[in-house]
Design a binder for this molecule. Structure first.
Ligand code: SIN
Length: 191
């Protein structure tokens, strides 16, 4: 790991998080790869949304879709009062967070959020968010620049392009309208 990848490593911080201590089951809201790659044990999985957050390809990926010297671009959530983010909720046992913290270690922190499940229920849960303060944060760029960046990036989990295309596909299947993700997909397919 180079210095910035090391600074972005959030495993130790997340292990100290005490939200939902003592609970036997916790809802997790996924809005990126956690929508379509559910390779962790879960008790229930259902479409859900959270309010006040917008999905953006503004986070660098040193460990999955890029490398420490050539980070890829993946999604994080940016606070936006009127935004609603559609994703997938998983009911998991607290032990599952040990492996999720490793998967999401490149700058993502577990934060508490209220979720609305597709059956109308409301629940409190957790979401992994990479805030602008983390060392791997890349920030805004035009949708064309983001598509170009994604088209050139690869990492241990595969091509950055596949992350974008799988996410766009999963969002369509959820019936989610996400102009940012779909515009980047269009730009990528035009290259
Ligand atoms: C998420 O999917 O909820 C977090 C970002 C990612 O792993 O792609």
């Amino acid at each position: 790991m180079n210095a910035s990848a090391e600074r972005a490593d959030t495993i130790a911080i997340n292990r100290r998080m005490t939200h939902f201590d003592g609970h036997s089951q916790v809802w997790l809201f996924g809005y990126g790869s956690l929508i379509y790659k559910a390779d962790f044990p879960h008790i229930e999985r259902r479409p859900a949304s959270i309010r006040g957050w917008a999905r953006r390809f503004w986070q660098g990926s040193h460990d999955h879709r890029g490398t420490p010297t050539a980070p890829g671009r993946v999604v994080t959530l940016i606070a936006e009062a009127d935004a609603t983010c559609v994703g997938m909720a998983y009911l998991v046992s607290p032990e599952t967070f040990a492996s999720l913290d490793v998967r999401e270690k490149n700058g993502y922190l577990r934060l508490a959020t209220e979720l609305t499940l597709d059956d109308g229920r409301h629940a409190n849960g957790l979401v992994y968010i990479a805030t602008p303060a983390n060392a791997a944060f890349l920030g805004a760029a035009s949708e064309r620049e983001i598509a170009l960046h994604i088209s050139r990036s690869h990492g241990p989990s595969g091509a950055n392009r596949d992350y974008l295309l799988h996410l766009a596909d999963a969002l369509r299947r959820l019936g989610a309208d996400d102009p940012h993700v779909f515009a980047i997909e269009r730009e990528l397919l035009r290259l």
